[in-house]
Design a protein around this ligand. Sequence first.
Ligand code: MN
Length: 246
Amino acid sequence: MPSILLTNDDGVDAPGIVALHRALGEIGDVLRVAPDRDQSGAGHALTLNSPLRIRQVGEDAHAVDGTPTDCVNLGIFQLLDRRPDLVVSGINPTPNLGDDITYSGTVSAALEGTLLGVPSFAISCDGGPGRVCFQQAAGVACEVARRILRDGLPGDMLLNVNVPREASRGFRVARQGRRIYTEGVVERIDPMGRLYYWIGGVAPEWRDDPSSDYAALKAGHVSLTPLRIDLTQESVLAELASRWEP
Ligand code: MN
């Protein structure tokens, strides 16, 4: 049986990861190592200034008082005897699309798996905490996992998978979309009369691009976006060098 490390950013007992654990258990030996609380929006953060504790919460489930990236490191270097064949992160209950993926703990956990040399994918679905949504996405995750375990992934990439709410029209390979940034901070007054702020209270809008992950999902496809590790903007390397280098 292949060895699969499973994590998420919603917490070790979130319904998405529980559904995914059950489904992946059919195709591999799954070890669940996930944050002990909701770490959505943690991005690729690594805990460096405090100790990390691991608490076993089930036969093959461990809670970590840290980030998704911490969990991948502890899973690979501490809890597993050998390097896993696959890292899977999710199922996030809301999509991870376009520019938003840089904030995503779900996607960042898969990024960490890739950096550590393990084929990895992140999976998110569109449709709130409903059980049906997670079951469909868990089925999709199994198919993706089977294919990666069989064929591998090209190096230096992770796969970002988003599953639509309605019955899927199949996979579509799509590029990372671009968000239209609007006012994203909500200002309120607390009961003591002091101002407070909440970031991200506004629903995202996306640039109209038929090749984007957003468009694929909206059209009812399961979007597959290959993400690169190297963020270098190749197209301006030469121009910058000609202007800045002596
Ligand atoms: Mn989340």
